[in-house]
Write a protein that binds this ligand. Sequence first.
Ligand code: AMP
Length: 281
Amino acid sequence: VQIITTIKEMQQRISLLKQEGKSIGFVPTMGFLHEGHLTLIKHAREKSDIVVMSIFVNPLQFGPNEDFDQYPRDIERDERLAGSAGVDVLFYPNVDEMYKNEMTFHVTVKDKVDVLCGSKRPGHFDGVATVLIKLFNIVTPSYAFFGMKDAQQVAVVTSLVEQFNFPIEIIRIPTVREEDGLAKSSRNVYLTEDERKEAVAIYRSLQLAKELISNGERNPAMIQERMSDYIHSNTKAEIDYVEIYTFPDLKPLSSLTGLVLIAVAVRFTKVRLIDNMTIEI
Ligand code: AMP
């Protein structure tokens, strides 16, 4: 795998690849790779001639009291994993390279951010949109791969490419899980041993929702309550939200129908975890 750290060099590399007629598949990440990321790479590998992965912990998408400094990082391990998973080019700029000139524009996401992580993490999706506009312009991929683990991000990015006319197909990849069902996340390393055991309750609460729905329950408030009760009874975590919306519009609904997103966020002592399930009703 070739590591590139400057925007200029990345653009030169891309322009050569384009001259050779190569299609580019792009996997943006914050690194500390796990099987979720590797699955995105696998799909990118199948669909594109060249796979570009970016690793950039984007300060703009972290709030002042969030874990930007503590976010786990290990570029050597990532380089190895990315290489053996089939990444051709690893774009690894530092913060100064990405935001060298202080930004005098602010991207504000206006739709789909008054709910879920958007409402709990003010400005988060503005930061995500900003960095993705930059990365999409630098990498100019034909395809970009995003995990459904971050379903609201998928919804926002879908609007972003539509509204700003990026000629990029956004490809959604299902959530990759640990054996007990916990969604893989770079942040899982910050769970204590006990919390790691409890954390399966997040996944189980989603399974409970599925079961309630298959037994005919259609009232979202009912399902949210049962899920919250389950998480409360089985963990010491604090619930950030348990919410249900249409997907990808993220509109509330009084009776469940169509494609529905059921999403959870909880806080353990050192880490906030999210998970979700989409279900066609
Ligand atoms: P991150 O490095 O956490 O910003 O994630 C980079 C990409 O990997 C995003 O598109 C995530 O949605 C995706 N991703 C993270 N965890 C998982 C997972 N467990 N399964 C599938 N995709 C994931």
